[in-house]
Design a protein around this ligand. Structure first.
Ligand code: BYC
Length: 470
């Protein structure tokens, strides 16, 4: 059981005080982080009390302590899951050997690259969500936004700790660069596509936390398998926090859908009566699901094969597979060739991104089934569906030609003509934005979304989750 020391400037359970050089380096980075937070984090409510969850230890009992906190006073820190001294590498060429506590020299660059890519997504998401505090549908939602934001800030700390403690000078430079790139800035964009897309309304926020945070879950699960033990321990603790983010997204969409279905049941067109019509929900879903599919990388990837071989990044929940070396198997894939899809047998290691994507798609489908059940319960006639994974791709083998949501290849001209049938149009965005009026009285909620079933930490919806002073 590892308790977290809060008496130090940087809360941690890694005995930072035993390494004064590292401690000094991180204490130097800390003011830059706070500066970044104030400049690019939540634009409002930085001085208000927010009912937040803070980790007080990394074990099951202690990671969820609730209290009012002003966001800049949140105790961002470094928390790793407890070590397992017997842990062995569970896959790839070094399978069965003891895990590494230090970075193996030959894998320094790819490992740093993975950590930087993971780290880059965390501040990016905070930047993307900066303005949402203007328009939250309730204090409950506002608080959830801020909870997600502070935890993404902590996940940045997690990766920066690894860079500082294991990668020397270039690690410190990378840690600085993580505070310099900006989501959506064409001159210094974030590394991965979805983290530069705008999140300007709360439907997009729910979609992001449902679909993009869920990519986070799968990537973190894959990194939790890593033979580099500090990365594994860091990501295992991050996963405990990540679950709430996906809860916010999945139940957020469910509440939007419930409200729309209620309006339909009452004979109203949701779009004319203060709700979001389900076809628009479907278009948002098409957008964020596919942006997030791209985050898994190409279907056929030598990077993924190398990461797997080296024991740096496994498959999510590696224990579900029987062959952990994966040198002999093949993965059948439909590859576009000359306007047709041709079945190819891809060597298993090169298909690791697609295997992770399979698990992700199944997990998303489970949520879609739930939303459809909600629609059915309300007696409305509409079904949401995940589009084909070939649809609207910018990365990988399906990025070379347009496909419709059923996965049929289209001509460029047809795509241009029909794009707004599949993805939110400028008018759809404007419509959704027109619904985004803040509701900040305790217990009240906007017209376009149903209330949550329960509040936070078993408190009622009427609780003042953010003391807005209004
Ligand atoms: N956008 O071999 P390929 C989260 C690049 S989310 C732009 O196909 P690979 C969170 C790729 O870098 C989880 N570029 O793919 C969620 C490569 O570039 P180079 C974040 C992309 O390398 C919400 C080239 O295309 N964690 O935590 O096997 C809120 C060919 O790459 C994209 C990670 O991503 C893209 N979508 O896999 C907060 C884990 N996809 O080499 C947080 C660490 C690929 O030609 N990252 N490229 O210059 C990785 O494991 C891998 O970098 C990826 C890509 C899975 C992302």
């Amino acid at each position: 059981m590892s308790s977290i020391s809060y008496s130090e400037k940087i809360p941690n359970n890694v005995h930072l005080d035993a390494d004064p050089r590292l401690q000094r380096a991180l204490e130097k980075w800390q003011p830059a982080f706070i500066q970044w937070w104030l400049e690019t984090g939540p634009e409002r409510f930085q001085q208000e009390d927010v009912y937040l969850r803070t980790a007080i230890s990394a074990d099951v009992a202690g990671w969820a302590h609730f209290d009012y906190v002003k966001m800049p006073d949140y105790r961002w820190g470094i928390f790793l899951a407890d070590p397992d001294p017997e842990r062995k590498i569970g896959f790839g060429d070094f399978m069965g050997q003891p895990v590494w506590q230090e970075v193996p020299g030959e894998f320094r660059n790819p490992l740093r690259r993975i950590i930087v890519t993971q780290g880059d997504t965390e501040p990016a998401s905070v930047e993307q969500q900066r303005l949402l505090g203007r328009t939250a549908p309730s204090l409950y939602d506002l608080r959830n936004l801020f909870q997600v934001n502070v935890e993404e800030g902590r996940h940045l700390w997690a990766m920066v700790y690894l860079l500082h403690s294991h990668f020397g000078r270039d690690g410190r430079e990378e840690a600085e660069a993580l505070l310099e790139r900006r989501a959506g800035n064409p001159d210094k964009p974030r590394i991965l596509g979805a983290f530069n897309a705008p999140i300007e309304d709360w439907l997009a926020f729910y979609m992001f936390t449902m679909f993009t945070d869920r990519d986070g879950k799968f990537q973190l699960l894959a990194l939790a398998e890593s033979g580099f033990d500090p990365l594994s321990r860091t990501t295992r603790f991050m996963l405990t926090e990540e679950a709430h983010h996906m809860f916010v997204g999945e139940t957020g969409i469910q509440r939007v859908v419930r409200r729309s279905a209620e309006l339909m049941k009452a004979g109203a067109d949701p779009r004319q009566s203060g709700g979001v019509d389900l076809p628009t929900v479907q278009k948002y879903l098409n957008l964020w699901f596919t942006l997030s599919l791209d985050l898994f990388g190409g279907e056929i990837s030598s990077n993924a094969a190398d990461y797997f071989a080296a024991g740096l990044k496994g498959r999510p929940k590696e224990e579900q597979f029987t062959d952990h070396v994966a040198l002999n198997g093949f993965y059948p894939m439909d590859v576009p060739e000359g306007g047709r899809l041709v079945r190819q047998e891809v060597p298993l290691r090169n298909a690791m991104n697609e295997i992770a994507r399979d698990g992700y798609v199944d997990d998303c489908q489970r949520a879609v089934d739930k939303w459809n059940k909600t629609i059915e319960e309300e007696g409305a006639a509409f079904r949401l569906a995940l589009p084909s994974r070939r649809f609207h791709r910018k990365i990988g083998i399906y990025s070379t030609a347009p496909f419709d949501p059923e996965g049929r290849q289209m001509t460029g001209e047809e795509w241009q003509r029909r794009r707004d049938e599949f993805l939110p149009s400028a008018a759809d965005f404007a419509f959704v934005r027109s619904l985004m009026q803040p509701v900040y009285q305790p217990g009240k909620i906007a017209s376009w979304v149903a209330p949550p079933r329960t509040g936070i930490n078993r408190l009622p919806l009427e609780f003042e989750y953010v003391r807005t002073g209004g």
